[in-house]
Every structure is written in C-alpha cells, then in structure tokens.
Design a protein around this ligand. Sequence first.
Ligand code: ADP
Ligand code: MG
Length: 631
Amino acid sequence: MGTSSYDLAIAIDLGTTYSCVAVWKNNRIEIIANEQGNRTTPSCIAFTDADCFIGDPAKNQAATNSANTVFDAKRLIGRSYADANVQSDMKLWPFKIIKGETGNPKIVVTYKGEEKQFDAEEISSMVLKKMKDVADTYLNTDIKKAVITVPAYFNDSQRLATEKAAKIAGHKVLRLLNEPNAAAIAYGLDLHKDRGDINVLIFDLGGGTFDVSLVTINSEGKIEVIADGGDSHLGGEDFNNQMVNHFVVEFKNKYNKDISKNCRALGRLRVACERAKRVLSSTTETSIDIDCLYDGIDFSSKITRAKFEELNINFFRECMKTVQGCLDDAKINKSRVDKVVLVGGSTRIPMVQQMLQDFFHGKSLCRSINPDEAVAYGAAVLAAKMIDKKNQKVQDMVLLDVTPLSLGLEEHGQLMRVVIPKNTPIPFTEEITRYTTSDNQSCFVLKVYQGERSRSIDNILLGELRLSNLPLAPRTVTSVTVCFDIDDDGTLKVSAHEPITGNNNSLTITKNQLKHTKEETDKMLKDAVKYNVDDQEYRKRVEAYNALDNFVYALRARMKDQDIRNTLSLEDCKTMDAVAKEATHWLQVNKEAEYDVLAAKSKELKCVCRSIYEKTNVRRSMTSYMSTKKN
Ligand code: ADP
Ligand code: MG
C-alpha cells in the first residue's frame, strides 16, 4: 500500500544559518532538495521593492541589499530586546532592530517601499513555510505534521516561540526535538538495548554556532543531555571571514587597493570564499575567480587546504578545548565516551575531523550521514515512528519515548491501580470504569498517582479530579469512565465522564510534572524492588478486605429484598441479619487486619451463608417434590 498524506510527517532542522527538511519515504529517509537542488536552504529572508526572497535567492543578493536581508532569527527567537545576547548581536547585524511594545525585539526592514516590522517568530515562520513548500512540492501533497528541532539549551520561551513560528507556517508540530538527540537517533544509538548506558559526544559545528553535548543513552533508549557547552559565535561564517580577510590583504598587496570598505565587493568575495571553503573539504587546492571585483579589476587567485587550515587553526583548537570542558563538566574521562557524532556542515572540514579523532585517541567518528543533514535525518526517523506505528520497519528504527513510571488511580484502601504501566510508548490512551463505593455517593474524588508501589501514598500524587452531582444510587450502580491520555508531547490528560448526567471534568498534568531526575526515577524503581514483598502483601490484604466488604454489602442488600426473605425461614432470616450486622461491624474494627485473618473471616462467613442457602434449596426442592406428588 502506498503512503497517503495522512501517514506522512516531515522533519525540519531549523538552523541558525541553514535549514534542512527530511521525510521517511519508500522505507528510507530522504533529504529533500530545494528548487536550486540544494539539500540545505539558507535561513535567510530578503525584502526588496518588488519581492520577498527566501533561502538561496535571499542569500545570493545579501551583499547588495544587506539592510533588508534578515538572517540569524534563531538568535532572536524567544528573547527580549534587553537580553544581553540580543544587545551584542545587534551590533553585528546589517539589519535594524528596535524595541517592540512588549519589550520584544522587532526587525525593521523596507519592503515594497514601506517600512515594515517583524517579530523573530515571523521570520522563522517564513523559513519554516519555505521548508514546508519544498517538501510539499516534492511529495506533491500538503503535509501538515512536522517534527521540528531546537538546540538542547533552548529555554521554554525559545521553544514556545519556535512552536508559534511553526504554527504560523501551517505546521502541526508533532514534537520539538533537541538537536543532539536527533543526531543520536539518526545513528540509531538509542537502539542499543541491553547493553547498559552509553556515553555519546555530539560535536555540532555549524554556520555560526558551535555546540557540544555529552548525552547518555540508557538501555531503554532514553537520551539524556548530561552536559553541554560551546561557543554561540563560532562556525563556518568565521572560517569564511578568515579567508575573506586573507584575500583582502592579497588584493591590497597585488593592486594596492583596499576593498574592505566596499560592501558589494566584500559580499561577492565572501560568496566565493564560502564556495572555495566547501571545495577544500574534498580537494587540496582551489581557485577563486571574480569578474570586476573592484575598480574594474578581475580578481583571480588560488588557495590551498593547508592555507585554509593555517588561517583557522586557532578556531579549531578552541573547539577541542570546549570538548574537554564539556567532558570535565560531565565528569567523564574521554576514554569513557563510546561514540562521537559529527553534526553541522563545518564538521565536513577534514582538519576538524582529524583533530577530534586525535583527541579521542584515534576513535572512529559517526559521520556516515552528512553532518549538515544528521539532525533533520534523526528527526525524520522520529516523525515516521510517531505517525506510522504499525510499520515494524519504522518502529525498529527507534524507541519512542516511554512512560518512565506507571500512572494510575487510587482505589479503595489506598491501593494503587495502574492504568498506564511504566515503559508504555507514548502517545497512549486507556479507559477504565470506576464504580461508586458507598450508597448515595454523590461525588467521585479521583486521585492520580505515579509510581510502582502498591500503596498509593508511597507514590507521587500528581493531582486530584472531582466529579460531583452524581445520580444518587446504591453503591456500585453509578459508574464513571476515566480516560488517561498521554499525547505525543508527554502531556497527560485525565478525564472523567458520568454517562447518566453527562457530567465531566478533566485534569491536565504537564510533561514537566511527570518528569523527574534520573536519580528520583531510579530511586522509585529501586524502592519498588526493595519493598516488593511488603507491597505484594499490602495489595493482597487490601484486595481481600475489599472483596469481603463487597460480599458483606451484597449480603445486606439481599437481606433487604423481601422476595429473598420469603424464601427463607424466619429463623434463617434472623441468623442472616445477625451475620450481616456482625460482619459489617467486624469490617469496621478490622480495617488493618492481616490477610490470613481476612481469609479466615471470609471462609467463616461464606460457610454460614452456604449452609443456609443449602437448607433453603433442600426445602425448595422438597416443596416442589411434594407439589408434583400431589398432582
Ligand atoms: P547551522 O549552523 O545553521 O545548523 P549547518 O550545520 O548546515 O548550519 O552548517 C552550515 C555551515 O556549514 C556553513 O557555514 C557552511 O559553509 C558549512 N559547510 C557546509 N558544507 C561544507 C563543506 N563541505 N566544507 C566546509 N564547510 C561546509
Ligand atoms: Mg545546526
């Protein structure tokens, strides 16, 4: 069966300088090229008198229209104007930033002859829309669902703003995924089941940023960032600049002319340098030819890989120092790093790879996936997995997020009733029915707990949900349907519904409320093992008590029924009334009774009842025997 647009979801790596879109199609991940044939698209928007350009065309005209060519929106998104980063970045940008009404930064450009202001979200949404269009064109359909990646260090405000940008662009965000996690997923590192924790270093050297993350992946495939570091202003653009400066000096020496003040010339030189830099990652020498660069001079030169390396060696050394710092923060010796993953276009530079490999004493690096595509690749694996749950091939690629601890409700006797067991892949929905536990009960109080212990109060209370104005009825007659629903994002919604009155109520528990530190989760799981015997004992005891309580309730209910009383002799009625009364009292004073005591009481009670029922049955059959005889 072919894939319909319903079971397609794309993944977008929204980068500071370049963005990339990928999709799972024909049983593999495809990186989708834009209409220029490029597999990554500059995160760049240009406004002109007539048009608005996005991606390659925007970047290509940047030199001649710098004030209206906006890039780096990712550095602004979710930040305030007063943010120190915004204040220092602003000084470097050719476009204008002002303070908006709510204290947010506004990007000011001239578009079609008029001054226009944009929020960073709007710029990012244009990039996200462009990536969506690239995918829509390739897949020939309108793909709504998307996984979007964000840096691991993004705070809530930056994540929210990114999500908002995606919504504006027409995406339904399945998940915001951390970039290093996506890279680890791309290499299937989360599939290393049954081999204990592995330490993975993600080295991401992109266009304008450098991020190092040390993540631990446990045997269940859970990826956790242990430490991260980096340099928010180090990347491919810096390497380009070094080359540009080199040629500015060369031009000066050759022609005694300074081109450093001429934006247009510099811009054209920068484009040529970027191209040369890329070529030098696969060859050892390349040339630069620019017609009419300055004062009618055609500029033509050569550059070797060795020269390029010499120009940038300090940057590369800086990167290695940052790696060491990250390991120090994580308190992990480099010998304990199991995998090193290359991410970011600038890790295509051979010297960067060599230095990193040397740093890890010759360890081989994960680099079989193009580094500037690895994040989008991993995100697409996750996207496919999230929408195509039945496809085993997809499912085997990656373990989905799972519930780290069980989720459930408190039952009578402070018993934890598990509704969603631990390690259930999310999203997940489960419905259960609960019955009233006393006569004329008008209100249900549903306590939602998380944990592995039998006694509810030994677990974590997540919240309480009340459902009142229930129809009054004898115990167990009124029921409510309780639904536990965890969405893709890990948010739990517990809703309760009473079918007769239609009353309903719900409770939302955020992902953060459900999330605990590794230590807390581990403690909970260890305690569950440690107290397993006690817990089982407790469960057995409470279940026995509840069963006995139900039995006695049913007995009392039966003895209130005149039809039943009519079948018994007066004496038996009296005995049964007394038994029911005594048992009710007994239950009240023996709430903490041990299992054996409860079991004995239950046996005794059932024995008395049985003997009376048997007598009744004998009498009934005698009566019917006599009546047949008479006839
Ligand atoms: P981002 O930092 O926005 O996530 P990328 O990871 O795509 O972006 O990295 C973009 C950078 O990678 C650019 O500076 C680009 O020049 C650089 N780059 C891409 N390909 C190569 C290559 N073959 N050799 C060296 N640098 C490259
Ligand atoms: Mg990136």
